[in-house]
Design a protein. Sequence first.
Length: 334
Amino acid sequence: MGSFLPPVRTKVAELPSILDLPEEQRTVCGQLGIETVGVDDADATTLAERAARRALAEAGISAEELGALLVVEQRAPRTLLSSEATLLQARLGATHALTFTVGGLGCVSVTPALLTARGLLAADPELGPVLVAHGSKPVSEHRYRHPVTVNGDGGQALLLGRRGNVTIVDQVQETDGRYWDLFHVDYRGRHPSRWREECTDQPAYSFRLAVETRNRLRALLDRLLRRNGLTRADVSGFVSQNLSAGGLTFTEEALDLTLLPECRENLRTLGHLGPNDVFLNLASALEAGRLADGDHAVLINVSPVAAWSLLLVRTGPGRDGHRPSPQNHQETTA
């Protein structure tokens, strides 16, 4: 796992776009539990590139060894028709990597990227490692998504293969197309200064989707653990995304669990980083020594489109010391 986080943090209360908000929205924003966000002049591709280089350096391999490069799509491409995925490929020098984008599910888009990586590795035994990368950058200078979160800048990259230090044991995902347009950015015919991440139906988000999210997450967690022969007592840590302090509390109460403290700390200092959140929080928990080799953790991800996903990971190398257990064909390592 490789992350790039801007060295400069800006206080949310001092962001020009926050100062221009109506008083009611400023009040809600101030209650999200986000004090600062990372701000960088780089675009999303550059943020992803910086994270990717760190992941490759950490693993000690060159970009030329990559079998595939999967780019989790950006919030807003710089131009239409062009390919920023192959731009990243060229910058990294991933000459031989099968390259394309995966997305369409907001924050949850990292899960189909991982599913795709697992499929590629299973389909071709000779395929080199797969790099999954994303640069998180707001659609415009308006970083606040009312009434949900404040977006920060950052890059995240995951290097996946048949051996590694974290094993992705299993993953489950569901979507509901009734909420496909609950949040959107109406950009056609508008100057970028007028672009906003807007909620088209706040009662639907605050009530109906909240109830459905609670029910979906409960069912998904039960299914994920049951089909892997685990109970909640076997899980050493739960990790969620960084939307708001209220969102973290909602997840804990809905699932009757306690999230690792790195979730709240990263929320407070970094804000929301889209698909990057859960693995950034996992990396922070590993650095803090929250998880020992052989521990299981569950990564919880929700997108207001609506999509839900849970990832079951095991820390440390595969059970034989080098590779994932051959009895479980679902496992991939990062």
